[in-house]
Design a protein around this ligand. Structure first.
Ligand SMILES: *Cc1c(COP(=O)(O)O)cnc(C)c1O
Length: 567
């Protein structure tokens, strides 16, 4: 201490008081800045790279080039959207007089005709998991009865709340939750994941005093975790995969954990490869470091829960594993409910409390809401409840068996196709392909031209099919296999040929080091979804080539209009 004093006095000895003050203040500020710079989760090289690309964009020639590229891309996206429905015209303001309901229903059919993929014949990966006229009739009726209900008002609609409570109990039971298990119905997998992340952020802060939260997740974890991180100010630490199994690398996961880690994640299974992480081993880490563990079973929840009974036993992945603190699973995927239905489950009420949002000083009253929405569609609760009861345990065992049988069949056939390989070991319904000899996007492109809508993967390049009940129908799987075989054979005649067309853009985008540019492209794409032309053709009530065939109905509609007014 004396030595320290001598040194400091020697340093400041000849300085004037104002100098002492200034030096002290500025060096403290510098230290704080340095500490903040070094202590950020994102690596210094990563941040320097970002800074560099940002600076490069200030160079006028670079900026002009990028801007003109953006204009081209925007035009391409917009033309792509125009291709659907420009002919029909656009509605851009409210009609003076309300439309007749017959006209509305007819127009809906026209709009639904716009897409060209035959999703109802099994040409599409994932997206629509089943389309069954009986279920459709049931959910339409249930929706009709409950369309105006709202669980935000439990005093007015206690029956809807009862349904939600029952759905949670049924699903918690499927995942081996005990009587402490609890949860909420949400609008989709993304909301379920957002809520788990929100709950753990607040739990981390309030119980463990974590102010700079991070989550440690496999690179394959769904992008909803990244969304949650962006929304809630959490840093994402992604963990690489084991190159053989495509499961998360557990050693790397352990290294990524630090005192600010609020949650770990494993997928059962993941979206890109349909591979299930080793949940039991991740849970071991979770217990060792006392960190909550979320298991994302959004995609495969309504398969994995029935696999054992369907004849495909799996390693443990649910609440029977000590350390698993929450599970997300989506009825609107393999539960075959209409879209807008997911479940977030917790092993314990303590976590769910941190999910809630409570405002106690608002002049509008004390306001507590369990999920992200305020008002919620009671009809989503009711249709979910109805679908679960309609299928029952055996019903889901049957659909699971049909789907997994088909997926295994496709997988086994694809493994024999010379030139492609399968990523890891698919456990449920997703089968991902890659190639070491040709650009796999050429296969994507060919399949697409044949009417298949599959999903593209990057880092590394790949494509996958997510098998649904639509693919279990006679001939669909064989048709798919035959097309893959034929195209791969064709491609293998000249495996070095580069990919052309749209898929080339996808390939190139992976090689753009400035990811913020890829982000900007993506924003333009999203813009194009909201596109209407500056001078839109008016949507005529009977105009447009596709609509002409309805003109006779149109006349009918006019006459019914009168009748209805008199009703
Ligand atoms: C679909 C999916 C989600 C997100 O679900 P949404 O309902 O699309 O929001 C999350 N995780 C996995 C593995 C998924 O496949």
């Amino acid at each position: 201490m004396d030595l320290f004093k001598t040194h400091v006095n020697a340093f400041f000895g000849k300085k004037e008081p104002w100098q002492v003050a200034t030096i002290t203040a500025s060096s403290t500020l510098l230290l704080v800045w340095l500490y903040q710079f070094v202590s950020q989760e994102q690596s210094i090289t990563e941040r320097l790279k970002k800074k560099f690309f940002k600076l490069v964009r200030y160079v006028p020639s670079v900026r002009r080039k990028i801007e003109s590229e953006f204009e081209n891309i925007q035009k391409t996206f917009e033309d792509d959207m125009m291709k659907y429905g420009d002919e029909m015209g656009y509605i851009v303001k409210l009609p003076e007089d309300g439309w007749h309901r017959k006209d509305i229903l007819k127009k809906i059919d026209d709009y639904l005709e716009l897409g060209h993929y035959k999703w109802d014949e099994g040409f599409v990966s994932g997206a629509v998991y089943n389309f069954d006229s009986k279920i459709n009739e049931l959910v339409t009726k249930v929706y009709g009865k409950t369309a105006y209900t709202n669980p935000l008002h439990p005093d007015i609609f206690p029956g809807i709340c009862k349904m939600e409570a029952e759905v949670i109990r049924m699903v918690a039971h499927l995942f081996n939750g005990n009587s402490n298990a609890c949860g909420s119905i949400t609008t989709g997998g993304t909301e379920s994941i957002l809520l788990a992340c929100k709950a753990y952020r607040d739990y981390g802060r309030e119980v463990n005093g974590i102010e700079k939260p991070n989550m440690v997740i496999p690179v394959t974890a769904h992008s909803a975790f990244d969304k949650a991180a962006q929304y809630f100010g959490i840093t994402v630490k992604t963990v690489k995969l084991d190159p053989k199994t495509y499961q998360v690398d557990l050693k790397a996961m352990e290294r990524a954990i630090n005192k600010n880690t609020i949650m770990l994640v494993g997928s059962a299974p993941n979206y890109p490869y349909g591979v299930m992480d080793d949940i039991e081993k991740i849970a071991k880490l979770a217990r060792k470091y006392r960190i909550p563990l979320h298991v994302d079973a959004c995609l495969g929840g309504f398969l994995v829960a029935f696999m054992k009974r369907a004849g495909y036993p799996l390693p443990k992945f649910d609440f029977s594993v000590k350390g698993v603190t929450s599970i997300s699973c989506d009825p609107h995927k393999y539960g075959f409910t209409p879209k807008g239905s997911s479940i977030i489950l917790y092993a314990d009420k303590e976590y769910r409390h941190h999910q809630y949002t409570v405002t106690v000083n608002w002049p509008g009253g004390i306001y507590g809401s369990p999920t992200i929405s305020g008002s919620r569609a009671g009809a989503n609760v009711a249709t979910t409840w109805a679908c679960l009861l309609y299928h029952g345990f055996d019903g889901y065992v049957e659909t699971t068996k049909a789907i997994v049988d088909t997926a295994k069949y496709i997988e086994s056939k694809l493994r024999n196709v010379d030139g492609i390989f399968i990523y890891g070991t698919p456990v449920t319904s997703v089968i991902a392909m890659g190639s070491k000899v040709f650009d796999i996007f050429r296969l994507s492109d060919s399949m697409n031209q044949k009417g298949w809508n599959l999903n593209t993967l990057q880092y590394p390049s790949g494509m996958h099919i997510c098998v649904t009940l639509m693919h279990t129908k006679d001939g669909v799987a064989d048709n798919f296999i035959k097309d893959v075989e034929t195209f791969v054979k064709e491609i293998m005649k000249d495996p070095g040929k580069p990919v052309e067309g749209k898929m080339a853009i996808y390939g190139v985008s992976q090689t753009i080091p400035d990811r913020s540019i890829v982000g900007d492209f993506t924003r333009l794409f999203l813009d194009s979804l909201y596109f209407t032309p500056k001078k839109p053709k008016k949507l005529s009530k009977s105009g447009g080539s596709k609509l002409e065939k309805f003109s006779s109905i149109d006349n009918q509609a006019e006459s019914t209009d009168v009748t209805l007014m008199n009703e």
